[in-house]
Design a protein around this ligand. Structure first.
Ligand code: ZN
Length: 167
């Protein structure tokens, strides 16, 4: 079918010419995720400016699905808020649960952009983890980056908090 071969081409293109690959500074969180069932690996750094994803840099190795998924994710989440990026991640999980149903892919086309090309992967349970690895790494890195960000903010507000009620 035409749509599926187009999807395969998108995946292959991201695999051959990965977008945003390489580890860069600055970053607030670095995580390393593996998918032992296939031997896929990714080291991912997240750089936030406020709530916005200013950079996602990465190195990885493994099958074409796992590596292309990181590249497609990079395109999708860059410049988005962490909240929006994680929402896209939820949509990607939905896509991976579609069992090859392309009507699910059609509905998610606008929100997932190139990442929708992984729709066909949902037919192969063994490969789903390959495609999901990058998104799990991003979720992990987001949680870590946000927790380091909130610490100085909290300590800054506490000492200056008005005591109130004494007047
Ligand atoms: Zn894999």
């Amino acid at each position: 079918m035409q749509l599926e071969s187009m999807y395969q081409e998108i995946i292959l293109d991201h695999y051959k010419n990965p977008h945003g690959r390489g580890l860069r500074d600055p970053f607030e969180a670095e995580v390393h995720h593996v998918n032992p069932t296939c031997g896929d690996e990714v080291t991912l750094r997240l750089h936030l400016e406020g709530e916005t994803i200013a950079d996602v840099s990465y190195e990885g190795m493994g099958c074409s699905i796992s590596q292309a998924s990181i590249s497609a994710m990079y395109d999708l989440v860059l410049g988005k808020s962490v909240h929006e990026a994680l929402a896209a991640g939820e949509d990607f999980v939905t896509l991976m649960q579609a069992k090859g149903d392309l009507t699910v892919a059609e509905k998610l086309e606008d929100t997932l952009e190139d990442a929708v090309a992984f729709a066909g992967v949902s037919k192969y349970p063994a490969r789903i983890k390959c495609a999901l690895m990058s998104w799990m790494a991003l979720k992990d890195a987001s949680a870590r980056a946000l927790s380091t960000q909130s610490t100085p903010a909290l300590s800054a507000t506490h000492p200056t908090a008005p005591t109130g009620g004494t007047a």
